[in-house]
Design a protein around this ligand. Sequence first.
Ligand code: OGA
Ligand code: MN
Length: 240
Amino acid sequence: MLMKRITPNIVPKISKIVRHLQTVAQSKKVYTNVPANFVFSKGFHDPEQHENRESIVNSMLVHADFLTEVEENSIFGEIEPYLKRMRYEYDHWDNAIHGFRETERVNWNKENTCILDRVRNLAFPAGVNPLRFVHILDLDEKGYIKPHIDAIRFCGDTIAGLSLLTDSVMRLVHDKNKDLSVDILLKRRSLYIMKGTARFDYTHEILGNEHSKFNGETVLKTRRISVICRNEPDPENTKL
Ligand code: OGA
Ligand code: MN
């Protein structure tokens, strides 16, 4: 009698609980691979986006603490005398970057050459040709980088960037589906290696302080210097 009374109600409840547990288990499985410094937009929570999410995780690698404080100082010490002679640029409406100064450098002192060799060895497999010059981008505290994709005419499939002086948030947004975006916490002294789908199919940007949040927490970006190694463009893309 008791069973009769309970059964009709409890069966749907149990199956609801089971379905919930399955969903949790499934989402756990989906998330196992996601680094702690990535926050995916809601669009990515759709199980259909599983592959897109995997390919982002595999094509955007972040190495925390890639540089020691001594190494960060060493790079800063070599470039700061040049940077401080330049003015920050703000008002170019068509620029992808706001509040910046930049330069390129081919020759580095011995210690910094070692650091950059370490970056290139990690980022570029044998047979890939790194560009000789390293791009140095100095963003003022008020500076930010608007969403863009690096021109395929000027650089190849891999972009490796060291972040100096501050933490910041990089956002990747799928070029054809704006619901797919991921925020990445770039800690001071980290190295990111962006290649393949993250480099070609998603815009990247560095959030200005007005929007600089990670997982709901404000990430105050002060002056930021990035030191970026790229590889040669695919010759097919330089013909135009
Ligand atoms: C760029 C760029 C990212 C960074 O210069 O094209 O996207 O980490 N830089 O500074
Ligand atoms: Mn870029």
